[in-house]
Design a protein around this ligand. Structure first.
Ligand code: UDP
Ligand code: MG
Length: 313
């Protein structure tokens, strides 16, 4: 019996990309001996994405869609697709053709060799803006340093997961999953393929600097409490330094040495004010996460679908 491959595609305002990506996937599957299904997840788009999605669903028997009730974000859209995929393996890829469907046969070949996770790494791409490349490098370096996982720079959300791994994921109830990190954390036999990302086919990137900043902070704080330890160590360092400074202050006081006060005082206040805010913020993020998770709300809400499922997860 032919194996079934599920392809999960999150789409947020990608109206002009839907037809093309589906066509490309169909072309690729004509060359290999697998059945496939596509699950398109409309993440609360405000353009005509849903209309286009329904048009392709109408004319095919193996294309499904999930419509979210609002924008829940890329990671949850992928998670929702995986929750509803029936395939022997699930491949997640972006809608904008930056993840080349031509790589699918190679991924499947590695899967057949026994790898349960086949993930991809963006090769250094000169066409990406310098800011994006270096921000992505800084992102991974900081993430690895501050957390206990080891992500390669350029890791993408273009990956194949064996059904076994997908089943593990279904039980995850994190309200803001950071899939790249989670997949690494899971273990299993993993294999990395390097690929050359293409230009975005149409539309523009939804990852603004603000969103990337959020992803970075979230990535670190959802994997380790190392930032809290770092705060404590910093506290120690500054306490010791200030204790060492006390004799000098006493000496200056007793012998009436004149120290010009304004600049040093303001500098200290501003510096420690900032440091304290950062550390309070870090603690706040952890508390906030506990609050959000504690409410046990559904992670995403499905407004409509042509799959036979209930609406939330
Ligand atoms: N996406 C989504 N919800 C969002 C933002 C993005 O489903 O809130 C989808 C988007 O449609 C695309 C994928 O996630 O298929 C990656 O987004 P994008 O191409 O904007 O990110 P980049 O490639 O620039 O990192
Ligand atoms: Mg993209």
């Amino acid at each position: 019996m032919r194996k079934l491959v599920s392809i999960v595609i999150p789409a947020y305002n990608e109206a002009d990309n839907i037809f093309v990506i589906i066509e490309n996937i169909k072309t690729v599957f004509k060359t290999i001996d697998y059945d496939f299904e596509v699950i398109l997840v409309d993440d609360g788009s405000s353009d005509s994405t849903l209309k286009r999605v329904k048009e392709v669903v109408e004319v095919s028997s193996n294309i499904y869609f999930l419509e979210f009730s609002k924008n829940f974000g890329h990671q949850l859209a992928v998670k929702a697709g995986m929750d509803h995929a029936f395939g022997d393996c699930v491949i997640s890829m972006d809608c904008d053709l930056q993840h080349p469907p031509e790589l699918i046969p190679e991924m499947l070949a590695k899967w057949e060799e026994g790898f349960e996770v086949v993930y991809t790494i963006r090769a250094e791409d000169k066409s990406l803006s310098k800011a994006k490349r270096s921000s992505s490098n800084i992102f991974y370096k900081t993430l690895n340093w501050l957390s206990d996982i080891d992500l390669e720079p350029g890791s993408a959300d273009f990956r194949l997961l064996d059904q076994k791994v997908v089943n593990v994921f279904r039980n995850f109830q994190e309200n803001e999953p950071f899939l790249r990190g989670l997949v690494k954390w899971l273990g299993f036999n993993q294999y990395a393929i390097k690929y050359m990302p293409a230009e975005r086919f149409s539309g523009k990137s939804k990852y603004t600097v603000k969103k990337m900043m959020h992803l970075a902070l979230h990535g670190v704080t959802s994997f380790s409490i190392k930032p809290l330890y770092t705060a404590v160590y910093l506290g120690f360092i500054f306490s010791i330094a200030s204790i060492l400074y006390i004799p000098y202050v006493l000496y200056a006081f007793i012998y009436g040495v004149e120290v010009s006060g304004w600049a040093s005082t303001i500098m200290t206040i501003v510096f420690f004010g900032g440091l304290q805010l950062i550390i309070l913020g870090i603690i706040g993020i952890y508390v906030g996460k506990m609050f959000m998770q504690g409410k046990n709300r559904p992670n995403y809400i499905v407004r409509s679908t042509n799959l036979k499922v209930n609406g939330t997860a």
